[in-house]
Design a protein around this ligand. Structure first.
Ligand SMILES: [Zn+2]
Length: 279
């Protein structure tokens, strides 16, 4: 019974702290005291000794074959993230994001519209509640269209996706404002101690705020993500053409290398090693 721990499948090191310094040691980045501790420990610990040997093989392979690093293509990195493959999907694979963000954006306009006449709700309330769903539907629909246009143009390689989506948002807001001016009174509704603006001007002001926020914090990041997806997708599909036999050789080499990385560069406490080398 006492010897049971000797037959476990994955023996562990009795000095985890020193074990964690092994990666730094192998890459020549250990401090003097770490180096001494590791070297003294290696004399007595088989686990760490084996890790050092495995790491050394991987490091030698990297030093001897720099080309192996280059053989990890952008498409493989893209595949790891899994976003470029969805470029052709509706809204470039961000359908739920588009639905949720457009609904929230439309809700802003709708709530503000009702809030503008809140002080005279008994007078304007019933009509406002009938118009509110139209406000929501208009902003929601045009926003979804704006994002879709950005996706479509960016997917086709155009650099104007963001410009057109911003235009769609701008025109939708202007059209909404013009339409609502037929309903919103041109007199102050909100009761304030200072001179209140008319309901129309107040709504125009809030529209300008949201439009600005949407362009800076929503449309631009969205466009950036879709453009990145396109670039990754392009990189994946524009791998240099080589003869079939050579391509198979390259693929086999790449496969071997990723297995090499997986097998060698994963000692305990050095999980950072693999992403580091992949980059
Ligand atoms: Zn050890």
């Amino acid at each position: 019974m006492a010897d049971n721990h000797l037959v476990i499948r994955h023996p562990t090191c009795s000095a985890p702290k020193i074990n964690q310094a092994i990666t730094a040691y192998c890459f020549g980045r250990a401090t003097e005291s770490e180096r001494k501790a590791v070297e003294a420990h290696l004399l007595e610990c088989d686990v760490c000794w084996q890790e050092v040997q495995r790491l050394e093989v991987a490091i030698q392979a990297l030093r001897a074959e720099r080309g192996l690093l280059r053989s990890i293509s952008a498409s493989e990195i893209a595949t790891a993230f899994g976003i470029s493959a969805k470029l052709a999907s509706p809204w470039a694979g961000h359908l739920w994001h588009a639905l949720a963000s457009c609904a929230l954006y439309a809700l802003l306009y709708t709530v503000a519209f009702v809030a503008e006449i809140a002080y005279q709700f008994d007078r304007y309330g019933s009509a406002a509640l009938k118009i509110a769903p139209l406000v929501f539907g208009w902003i929601f629909g045009t926003s979804m269209a704006g994002l879709a246009i950005d996706c479509k143009l960016t997917r086709q390689g155009s650099e104007r996706g963001l410009l057109f989506s911003v235009l769609v948002f701008l025109l939708a807001a202007v059209a909404l404002f013009v339409g609502l001016c037929l309903f919103l009174p041109a007199s102050p509704i909100t009761q304030a101690t200072v001179q209140a603006q008319t309901a129309q001007v107040a709504y125009l002001k809030t529209t300008c705020y949201w439009l600005t926020l949407a362009v800076v914090f929503w449309l631009t990041p969205f466009h950036f993500v879709v453009a990145m997806q396109r670039e990754l997708h392009r990189a994946a599909s524009s791998r240099p053409e080589v003869a079939d036999g050579r391509q198979a050789e390259c693929d086999a080499e790449r496969h071997d290398f990723s297995q090499t990385l997986g097998a060698f560069v994963t000692p305990g406490g050095s999980g950072h090693c693999r992403p580091l080398l992949t980059l």
